[in-house]
Write a protein of this length. Structure first.
Length: 185
């Protein structure tokens, strides 16, 4: 083999290795691209599946907080998750006089750290199958793994499943969930 051929094979191998370690793109959420260089709020407003969550964050006055430096992990319920609450619940929570209650519900979906699903799965395994997750709102969620999916049990016994994990943001990560997590009364 000639030196030129060896150099060419070596260059092809290095290029190939570089391609294999390229960073995976964020998944689409609600039909919208999610950009790692945008913050949680900047990305969430583009998801057609999270319009209720965005309205709730605005009504609770949490836009500036979730646009801040973080890092945050947000378990983001879909519109369908909010719609599954008892009739009138969302409308009641969005009223100005219920801002404190709305804030409590929303902050039970936020952790003051960046927790990728692999880290959460490791904590679950290290803790024997269940890991307590304390949220910004003071709620304690029980994280478990069920058939390869992470689930979160809230303080009322409701169980949410992470349907889209590891949506990286400039100030943390979003995990889309299929139920609204509720604090104990």
């Amino acid at each position: 083999m000639t030196k030129a051929r060896i150099r060419m094979l070596l260059a092809a191998t290095v290029i190939g290795l570089g391609a294999s370690v390229a960073h995976a793109e964020n998944p689409m959420v609600g039909g919208a691209a999610m950009y790692e260089d945008k913050n949680i709020v900047e990305n969430a407003v583009n998801s057609k599946d999270h319009t209720t969550l965005v309205a709730a964050v605005q009504a609770a006055g949490l836009v500036d907080t979730l646009s801040g430096a973080g890092p945050f992990t947000v378990f983001a319920p879909t519109n369908e998750a909010f719609a599954a609450l008892p009739a009138g619940t969302v409308d009641t929570l969005l009223k100005p006089e219920n801002k404190d209650q709305l804030t409590k519900v929303l902050t039970c979906h936020v952790v003051a750290a960046e927790a990728m699903s692999s880290a959460v799965a490791k904590m679950i395994a290290d803790d024997g199958g269940e890991h307590d997750v304390t949220t910004v709102g003071g709620c304690v969620l029980k994280a478990k793994e069920d058939m390869g999916k992470i689930t979160l049990t809230d303080e009322t016994g409701g169980v949410a499943t992470v349907t889209i994990a590891d949506v990286k943001q400039s100030n943390g990560v979003i995990h889309v969930i299929d139920k609204v997590l509720l604090p104990k009364s």
